[in-house]
Design a protein around this ligand. Sequence first.
Ligand SMILES: [Zn+2]
Length: 287
Amino acid sequence: MCSVGVPAYICLMAPDVTFWGTRGSIPTSGPEFAASGGDTSCVLVGLRDHVVILDAGTGIRRAGESLEDDARDIILVLSHPHWDHIQGFPFFAPLYQKGRRITLVAPNHPHWLDLLVGQIDGIRFPVTKDFLSCTLEFSTDLDDALRPTGISASQINTNHSGDGLGYRLTIGRRSMVYLTDNELLPPSPATTSLAEFAHFCAGADLLIHDAQYVSDDLPDKAGWGHSTARQVIDLALAASVSRVALFHHDPATTDCELAERAASWRTRLEVRGIELVVATDGLSLIL
Ligand SMILES: [Zn+2]
């Protein structure tokens, strides 16, 4: 042990969190999105011997490139199988690396893995699963899949179609929450209440949350399964997290609009000691 209750192999390397895809719904491109990027959901958590990847949106292509000369085992955890969270999977280069160990995890939802891997069928993608060279394992048991990493995890149902899940990962003494595709205040009865989300996120070092909309998008987009930036700020305050990252940006939201959004909320958070981050493709943080 390198400190009280923390195994040495966790302490040797501070976990890093890299956003490889931060858009929601569909990839986007164009000069007005150049700074924030246009790839869909993919977040990589790097440990000494393992890499945990959250979602396989189009951002996973570049995540895979970053791992090309890296022998760490990979554990890919899905939040849900909507298109923007699985579309990049066939382009994940480690799938085609001999000797690479990859575990795919869909807690309680084995059919998600069929939807993920089933894309590589020679019809929707040029080659079939026979071309995969890695050692691929499948799991519906989050604890079991993450046990070799030393991470302890919990999950929560999101307010979103497709039976989505959010995750809290505790790595040594640090913790992060990944809550994407989640409508904090849906018009219909919520699967999970705001109070339950605040409890789930309480005291986290990093909260990554879907902030696809702004207040002007309501009421037209109420019930579409996403949150406004203001709702995410309120959750960060209620949960007293240390840092909150706005994530899953609408494909039409420009770099300028994201900057304005951050500027308008930053002061309110800073007086409570909470750092605001706008997640952008390629951004790395130390947890
Ligand atoms: Zn979704």
